[in-house]
Ligand binder design. Structure first.
Ligand SMILES: [Zn+2]
Length: 204
């Protein structure tokens, strides 16, 4: 048994990128449809954040939920995980969606009445930056045109979605967007030649 656990632990630690700005450990393997990272164990897909909890905090009751303090389902940092009830999890989801203003795309920018949720946008950003999917491919999965996807990536729309968890050094994709954004850095990260730096709200 110990050998099996070590094997899982090794594989686990090969599959995420720690992001300095927010402390999230972003899973870099295809997530499930709910946005959770997963790891194959004995032919079964197990949620990666639950594995993280077990590795770092001990055995887990199968009936217990592992919730995120950071609202990022793809985060596997044990410090961002807590044991919660189904109600805690629902409260988190409600809080997350309530904090998002009504979606108001620029006219003509998106297809018809395209409506995305906050989680869709996080998913789009994640798939682009961490899984290397391009805007064309993403536009097939969501009711948004390619240029609509690009507007999200450039931060023209959905600006309010926190992007501090995106590590711009991860992919070439990220670098090209970072270059386009150089004149208008996000409130949280500024891209410099030495890498991303966090902008303190006190510094103007
Ligand atoms: Zn996190």
């Amino acid at each position: 048994m110990p050998d099996k656990k070590i094997g899982i632990e090794t594989r686990f630690h090969q599959k995420y990128i720690p992001v300095t700005n927010c402390g999230c450990w972003i899973w870099t393997d295809a997530p499930d449809k709910y946005g959770y990272g997963r790891l194959q164990i004995g032919g079964k897909a197990v949620k990666a954040h639950r594995i993280s909890y077990e590795i770092h905090k001990g055995d887990l009751d199968k009936n217990k939920l592992v919730c995120h303090t950071c609202d990022m389902p793809i985060c596997v940092n044990p410090d961002h995980l807590y044991l919660g009830t189904n109600q805690d999890n629902m409260d988190d989801m409600v809080r997350r969606n309530r904090s998002v203003p009504a979606y108001n795309p620029h006219p003509g920018e998106l297809n018809g009445r395209a409506v995305l949720t906050h989680d869709d946008v996080v998913d789009i950003l994640y798939k682009y930056y961490y899984l290397g999917e391009n805007s064309g491919k993403l536009s097939e999965k969501y009711p948004v045109t390619t240029s609509g996807i690009q507007s999200i990536l450039r931060g023209k729309t959905w600006k309010h979605v926190d992007r501090v968890w995106i590590d711009p050094t991860v992919k070439a994709n990220a670098r090209s967007v970072a270059n386009k954004n150089r004149k208008k850095p996000t409130p949280h990260i500024r891209i410099t030649k030495k890498g991303p730096i966090q902008i303190n709200s006190k510094n103007k």
